[in-house]
Design a protein around this ligand. Structure first.
Ligand code: PGA
Length: 247
């Protein structure tokens, strides 16, 4: 049985006091939930959030560089994240790929570096609207998965959380239907089965992300291959995020 994992992606929102307040309130509301709960917060808030020592709400970053240290102005390393108690890190979010030019090769280096430092990578993949219209979704996502997992040992693979996020559904209010999400997520599991065999592929958790709200989470979670959600906008309000966690 895969434990459901609901992660919030706060993006570039919330100052430190706002972040601390939101995590405290969230913890109270989700304490007894069966799902694993993660908040991926801005770098500047991570140290304070992890110092709260919350039992239920785990802390994640939204990005990192793959090297441990070096002359990489402006970057944050896996070592720096574990040093402040961070346990998860989003890798290859479509905003990183589109706005900051991250390639599949860089994403792969980051996934491997996260695993080496015992961080749980939340690896994002997904297609644009054009690619979907062209019927390229499955080939594209299959390629993203193969490249991201390249060099990832079978023992480490089940630690990776995959987030399928169709780019056209991010921040647009337009959610993929549960059927559309399940369809692509099932093909992701098929790719993982080809790479690692059925037992390992069955152990890997795959989230859906893109305009997830309290109103659509239950339908998504009812699908056999959907193991959780990566939630942007709706994770900013603790009440909404808690309602999603308690789907
Ligand atoms: P959204 O963002 O929930 O606001 O669509 C999801 C994401 O970017 O991870």
């Amino acid at each position: 049985m895969r434990t459901p994992i609901i992660a919030g992606n706060w993006k570039m929102y919330k100052t430190m006091p706002e972040a601390v307040e939101a995590c405290r309130r969230l913890e109270e509301m989700v304490e007894d939930s069966a799902a694993e709960v993660v908040v991926c917060a801005p770098f500047t808030t991570l140290s304070a959030l992890s110092a709260l020592g919350l039992a239920k709400v785990k802390i994640g970053a939204q990005n990192m560089y793959f090297a441990e240290e070096g002359a990489f102005t402006g970057e944050v390393s896996p070592l720096m994240l574990t040093d402040v108690g961070v346990q998860y890190v989003i890798i290859g979010h479509s905003e990183r790929r589109e706005i900051f030019g991250e390639t599949d090769e860089l994403v792969n280096k980051k996934v491997r570096a996260a695993l080496e430092h015992e961080l749980t990578p939340i690896l994002c993949v997904g297609e644009t609207l054009e690619q979907r219209k062209d019927g390229q979704t499955e080939t594209l996502v299959d390629g993203q998965i193969r490249l991201a997992f390249s060099g990832v040992a079978p023992e480490a693979a089940p630690t990776v959380v995959v987030a399928y996020e169709p780019i056209w559904a991010i921040g647009t209010g337009e959610t993929a239907t549960a059927e559309q999400a399940e369809e692509v997520i099932a093909t992701i599991r098929a790719t993982l089965t080809q790479l690692y065999g059925a037992e390992i592929a069955e152990a890997i958790r795959i989230q859906y992300g893109g305009s997830v709200k309290p109103a659509n989470i239950s339908e998504l979670m009812a699908k056999p291959n959907i193991d959780g959600a990566l939630v942007g906008g709706a994770s900013l309000k603790p009440e909404d995020f808690a309602a999603i966690v308690r789907y």
